[in-house]
Design a protein around this ligand. Structure first.
Ligand SMILES: *[C@@H]1O[C@H](CO)[C@@H](O)[C@H](O)[C@H]1NC(C)=O
Ligand SMILES: *[C@@H]1O[C@H](CO)[C@@H](O)[C@H](O)[C@H]1NC(C)=O
Ligand SMILES: *[C@@H]1O[C@H](CO)[C@@H](O)[C@H](O)[C@H]1NC(C)=O
Ligand SMILES: *[C@@H]1O[C@H](CO)[C@@H](O)[C@H](O)[C@H]1NC(C)=O
Ligand SMILES: *[C@@H]1O[C@H](CO)[C@@H](O)[C@H](O)[C@H]1NC(C)=O
Ligand SMILES: *[C@@H]1O[C@H](CO)[C@@H](O)[C@H](O)[C@H]1NC(C)=O
Ligand SMILES: *[C@@H]1O[C@H](CO)[C@@H](O)[C@H](O)[C@H]1NC(C)=O
Ligand SMILES: *[C@@H]1O[C@H](CO)[C@@H](O)[C@H](O)[C@H]1NC(C)=O
Ligand SMILES: *[C@@H]1O[C@H](CO)[C@@H](O)[C@H](O)[C@H]1NC(C)=O
Ligand SMILES: *[C@@H]1O[C@H](CO)[C@@H](O)[C@H](O)[C@H]1NC(C)=O
Length: 476
């Protein structure tokens, strides 16, 4: 249901952007203006940059999306927290060397990058989805600013997550506020350089981890990095890099020069952290199902793979969760409370209801949260889907998942994922030949990433040193 909604929504959100091929240039030059009916197209037309409006919204945003995919959320948004309230947005490089979005209205122009006065800059949309500002006169094409350094909710191949210890700067994904509102939301995805793992936090609390990045033995003698709690069949070539200043994580673009099988998706699909904390790979398979996490550490259970522990009220237990159901409460057993604070996202409503022992159901709306409270609130599910749809607290009757001793090692991915992916067996079989090839090819690349200890270089240089595709420089 929600997936269908998400799909329907995404079909519409970018419909106008991808069908508007007004320009076929990839570069904005000083003095040029890109208004809401024009776009930039990357050199091979993979990505489009332009203004878009979510469905039924008059707000507009500057974003980048895949050009030819129907099911596509924007992979980057320039002004997620400063929407333009009409379609007056114009992207331009003004005469004082600033890349900015001008628009009608009381607010000032939105400045994306300000170069030193007199610098001749241009902004280019690359085929990697990176939007870069370069100095036009410099022969080296030095990158002064790039959208990859300002991630929104999507990790494209070639982007990194991580931290620069010297500058304190970090690269993290932040979810949308809701299904339709791209404003910064409750969930973040970050790289934990100490444990070498990925973390999803909700308002700072760790909800999910990927498990540690580990070297696994391939089908032959090859070795490759995987996480304990991420399906290895997604076939990402994860890499982690440590330099003197930076520690980071990425999955690279694969070098197309070495590939001649046309059907194979050589560029792995991007990851999107959605407003419920789930991570989707290309809108299809889940990388992480974070909305199943309620703070019970159920290691060993396939459903709750990666869920973390956090303090729970005594009235709750690990058999309970909220489930979207049509229904109502028995007369006089529950009272409705409206908290119309617009800063509350769906996950805030859920957390508040969970922590309130009288709360038996919630729904989120555009104004905040509705809660159904009562000591003896009795939910009655409709036999036909006629009543209101709400997230009702359900006490599941299934036996509790096994709780292995805390010292037990986490399950090895290939076995723990076996049952979950039984139905996809045919896919696995069909890709095995290809996967072996990929692993052989991949491991030689990933393990071949040698670096000199202590050299003050940045992650991205190392990540893509050995790859034929550089996400930052324009190809010569
Ligand atoms: C955008 O600019 C083009 C060409 O200058 C113009 O024809 C078009 O009407 C403009 N669109 C908007 C929405 O202002
Ligand atoms: C958009 O508005 C139309 C007409 O008011 C309505 O039927 C539709 O449900 C709305 N869509 C969303 C996603 O709110
Ligand atoms: C996109 O939509 C068009 C028409 O709605 C359809 O013909 C095409 O196959 C779709 N493409 C993808 C990749 O789904
Ligand atoms: C720069 O642009 C501003 C506003 O667009 C204008 O007032 C100013 O005269 C311009 N300066 C130069 C040197 O062109
Ligand atoms: C950059 O190049 C432009 C035209 O090629 C020239 O007019 C300008 O003076 C140059 N600027 C610098 C700082 O070299
Ligand atoms: C990343 O930076 C933001 C602000 O720049 C900060 O709030 C956040 O705590 C940082 N995260 C980490 C993991 O350092
Ligand atoms: C990546 O992490 C592993 C540990 O999981 C570590 O042994 C390896 O040195 C790291 N690679 C780089 C390039 O830092
Ligand atoms: C609630 O828990 C049950 C039992 O594990 C599970 O099947 C169901 O998918 C969960 N529902 C939600 C919405 O989390
Ligand atoms: C929210 O609730 C407060 C107090 O109940 C009320 O004054 C305010 O008008 C409400 N705002 C909206 C948008 O409903
Ligand atoms: C709770 O509600 C049920 C059904 O409405 C009722 O049978 C029961 O007596 C109630 N219990 C208390 C303690 O009120």
């Amino acid at each position: 249901m929600q997936k269908a909604l998400a799909t329907a929504f995404s079909l519409i959100i970018f419909h106008s952007l991808s069908t508007r091929k007004v320009s076929s240039v990839d570069t904005l030059k000083p003095g040029e203006k890109l208004n809401s009916s024009a776009t930039l197209l990357s050199a091979s037309q993979t990505f489009t940059l332009g203004f878009f409006s979510p469905q039924n919204s008059s707000k507009s945003y500057l974003g980048i999306s895949y050009t030819n995919e129907n099911e596509s959320f924007p992979v980057w948004i320039a002004n997620r927290d400063s929407p333009i309230y009409d379609d007056s947005g114009i992207l331009t490089i003004d005469n004082s060397s600033k890349l900015m979005i001008m628009h009608n209205g009381a607010d000032d122009a939105i400045e994306l990058y300000a170069a030193e006065r007199g610098t001749n800059i241009a902004a280019t949309l690359l085929d990697t989805g990176n939007f870069i500002v370069t100095e036009m006169n410099s022969t080296a094409g030095k990158v002064l600013w790039q959208s990859f350094d300002h991630p929104t909710d999507t990790l494209l191949p070639g982007m990194k997550l991580g931290i620069n210890h010297k500058t304190g700067r970090n690269w993290t994904l932040t979810s949308w506020f809701s299904l339709r509102d791209p404003a910064s939301g409750a969930f973040t995805l970050e790289w934990d350089p100490i444990r070498r793992r990925l973390l999803v936090r909700r308002r700072g609390v760790i909800y999910w981890t990927s498990g540690d990045l580990k070297l696994y033995q391939g089908y032959d003698t090859s070795e490759f990095y995987q996480f304990d709690y991420i399906d290895p069949h997604l076939r990402y070539g994860f890499i982690n890099v440590t330099t003197e200043d930076e520690e980071c994580f990425a999955f690279p673009l694969l070098p197309s020069d070495h590939v001649s099988i046309p059907e194979l998706p050589w560029n792995p699909p991007p990851w999107r952290l959605n407003y419920q904390g789930n991570i989707y790979a290309g809108g299809r398979q889940n990388v992480a199902q974070v909305d199943l996490c309620y703070g019970y550490n159920t290691k060993g259970s396939e459903i709750y793979l990666g869920c973390e522990l956090w303090p729970q009220p005594e009235c709750r237990n690990s058999l309970q969760n909220f489930s979207l159901r049509h229904g109502h409460f028995e007369l006089n057993t529950a009272r409705i409370f409206h908290d119309n604070s617009s800063t509350l996202s769906q996950s805030d409503c859920r957390a508040n209801c969970w922590n309130d022992c009288q709360c038996a159901a919630f729904v989120d709306d555009e104004f905040g949260c509705l809660y159904w409270r009562g000591n003896n609130a009795t939910f009655i599910e409709d036999s036909a889907p006629t009543g209101r749809e709400l997230y009702a607290l359900i006490s599941n009757q299934y036996p509790p998942p096994p709780s292995p001793s805390p010292l037990a090692p986490p399950p090895h991915p290939p076995s723990s994922f076996r049952n979950k992916h039984k139905r996809r067996k045919w896919i696995i079989v069909s890709v095995t030949i290809v996967a072996v090839f990929l692993l052989m090819l991949g491991s030689s690349f990933f393990l071949g990433l040698k670096y000199k200890q202590g050299t003050p270089v940045h992650c991205t240089k190392l990540l893509f040193k050995d790859f034929s595709i550089d996400p930052i420089s324009r190809h010569s």
